[in-house]
Design a protein around this ligand. Structure first.
Ligand code: ADP
Ligand code: MG
Length: 608
């Protein structure tokens, strides 16, 4: 018996609609994209019941002719392309011509639209995919489209709609994305007839962020501008002191199109590697600009994901853009000022003494990052840039005292130790607290990593012996090479004993047994990986474990010299703003914050 029956076009359309319309936020997205494509400068949105009963979008764009006002609901009816070859160069949001058809198949739609040069507009009502009413109507130029009762005719779908709040949350996120990507559009959003957001046009992204989020968010954002392999990343990203418990405040746009691509989000979060603790997330709004030929936006029915020709390049550009932004911001924030007048090791500075007042302070980072001290600056008669002057200073200082000594004696003002856990430093910008354990961990970790494969080791005067079971000993024996790479020279001794002959110098005070146990744990954890991935994972984690074991602990009393040494090393260490596990090493209590607390910010009103 024949069992196959062809579905009626209306039923088929309902099924196809499921691809585009899954929930109210998808409908709103399509309507907003159409409004943006229609060059609207004002868009007003009304939402009832999380979009489940009403989604209405009013725009002042180009509007539609009476014929287009009905045609637009046909499947594959679009004004945006005429040929599939045009897809790669598309710059509008729409092109498939299936959004309105899909929406009309699963809800009740009322469309009122008018083109600029006509006195009357058109009204079209649709139910169940068919036009129920059509006529002229008084209207402003633009389009006013109302979508009611989503899935009223498909109960099986309707029951999957979430609560009003959940649907509203999706809508809100979408609204934010459109506001962030379209600064010149005047957006208004009404919820249950109450004006919830009003966002007049703005000139800059931070201004938009202030309109949408709490002030704290904008204050914690850093500008991002990075280009790599013809991929440009711009926008803002949160600084290291800002963190969230979820990813919901990460907005990514590819060629102005909002995407919810997990791989891109991951690349963004990866930029915060070792800056944020595990389980914490950054916030940001990044615009990725890439040659349209290198990206396919057509792979996802709701156009939420994109396909790149060279995805790795894109991920790298994002991660690097973020890392660089964080690094440069933190260096700026935490630069240590060196008062030249106080440098006791410069008995005379003839070449530039007449300029002393012009460079009272300089960036300590720069001090170390400019290894090339050339004499040419001193000889030139041309006016010097502040940087050139600083280089001169360093060059002159270097002739008189070895750099190491300057570094060690440089006047960071160490106030002391607090709670035998934090080192207090007086900084130009305020009071800086440094977590002694986290900071020392980072210093040791970077030293160990830098020496990987060729570590500085110390021969133990008496070999250290460690007892273990046969299996563990066999595992270690099979990985003795790995240990050598990490500076641990060991050999099996009998069936149950490991003899350790040498250790990395940096671990001279560390508990050896614990480190061997950590290494064993890591080998077991990652042994299934391919050799490259194994080496990488073990290396990172083992060095982190070694650094943790060898670092000073909270509760250790530090002498002034010890603190000085630690701070000096820290300032020449890479990634010094967090420990290898991602905890911060620094916290700055900004001077102006402190002044505010003591109401000293209104200087005029205080006596002293
Ligand atoms: P697409 O956007 O992919 O072309 P849609 O189904 O979203 O498909 O829209 C179909 C057509 O209807 C669009 O190509 C456009 O010509 C017209 N249209 C839809 N919304 C608007 C609007 N707000 N203003 C002007 N024209 C619109
Ligand atoms: Mg569209």
């Amino acid at each position: 018996m024949d069992k196959i029956k062809k579905l009626s076009p209306a039923e088929a359309q309902k099924i196809a609609a499921g691809e585009v319309v899954e929930r109210p936020a998808n409908v709103l997205k399509e309507l907003l994209e159409n409004a943006v494509d229609a060059q609207a400068t004002q868009i007003t949105i009304h939402i009832q019941d999380g979009g489940k009963t009403v989604i209405r979008v009013i725009d002042n764009g180009c509007g539609m002719s009476p014929i287009d006002a009905t045609l637009c609901f046909n499947q594959y009816a679009t004004s945006k392309i005429t040929h599939v070859d045009q897809l790669p160069s598309i710059t509008t949001f729409g092109f498939r011509g299936e959004a309105l058809a899909s929406i009309a198949a699963v809800s009740k739609v009322t469309l009122i639209t008018k083109e600029p040069d006509t006195p009357w507009g058109t009204i079209v009502k649709i139910e169940n995919g068919s036009i129920t009413y059509q006529g002229t109507h008084h209207a402003n130029t633009g389009t006013d489209i109302t979508v009611q009762d989503i899935f009223y005719n498909i109960p099986a779908r309707k029951k999957f709609l979430k609560t009003r709040d959940t649907e509203w949350h999706q809508i809100q996120q979408l609204f934010f994305a459109f506001c962030l990507a379209n600064l010149i559009i005047d957006f208004k959003l009404y919820v249950q007839d109450k004006l919830q957001y009003t966002c007049p046009p703005v000139a800059t992204l931070p201004e938009r962020i202030t309109q949408l989020f709490e002030q704290k968010t904008e204050q914690n954002m850093l500008p991002v501008a990075h280009t790599q392999q013809h991929i440009t990343i711009t926008g803002v990203a949160s600084g290291h002191q800002f963190q969230r418990y979820d990813r919901s405040m990460i907005y990514l746009f590819v060629n102005q199109r909002w995407v919810k691509d997990t791989a891109l989000t991951h690349a963004f979060i990866k930029g915060y590697h070792q800056v944020l603790e595990p389980g914490r997330y950054p916030a940001g709004c990044l615009f990725i600009s890439i040659d349209p030929q290198e990206v396919d936006i057509n792979i996802h029915p709701r156009k939420e994901e994109v396909l790149f020709l060279h995805p790795r390049n894109v991920y790298k550009a994002i991660t690097t853009g973020i890392t660089k932004t964080l690094e440069s911001n933190l260096s700026k924030q935490l630069h240590t000022t060196v008062q030249l007048q106080q440098t006791r090791h410069t008995p005379h500075t003839p070449a530039f003494s007449h300029q002393q007042n012009t460079f009272k302070a300089f960036d300590f980072d720069l001090f170390f990052k400019q290894p090339v001290f050339s004499d040419t600056h001193l000889k030139s008669d041309e006016p010097k840039s502040p940087q050139a002057v600083i280089t001169d200073v360093i060059s002159e200082l270097e002739k008189q005292v070895p750099l190491r000594i300057i570094a060690q004696k440089s006047p960071h003002t160490i106030i002391g130790q607090y709670d035998t856990t934090y080192i207090l430093l007086q900084e130009k910008q305020g009071l800086l607290l440094i977590d002694q354990h986290a900071a020392h961990e980072r210093i040791l970790y970077e030293q160990l990593c830098a020496q990987h494969g060729n570590p500085t080791t110390i021969q133990l005067l008496f070999a250290h012996t460690m007892h273990m079971n046969k299996i563990d000993l066999a595992t270690i024996t099979a990985h003795l090479d790995l240990f050598v790479q990490h500076g641990i020279i060991a050999e099996p001794f009998g069936t149950y004993t490991l003899k350790i002959l040498a250790m990395p110098l940096a671990l001279k005070n560390a508990p050896i047994d614990d480190i061997i146990k950590d290494a064993l744990g890591l080998i077991n954890e990652f042994k299934e990986l391919d050799p490259d991935a194994f080496a990488k994972q073990v290396q990172k984690k083992l060095y982190a474990a070694m650094a943790c074991k060898a670092a000073v602990k909270a509760g250790d009393t530090l002498t002034h010299e010890h603190m000085q040494e630690l701070i000096t090393s820290l300032y020449t260490t890479q990634h010094r703003f967090s420990c290898p596990h991602g905890r911060p090493t620094h916290h700055l209590f900004a001077k102006n914050e402190i002044e505010k607390k003591f109401k000293r910010d209104y200087r005029k009103n205080i006596d002293q």
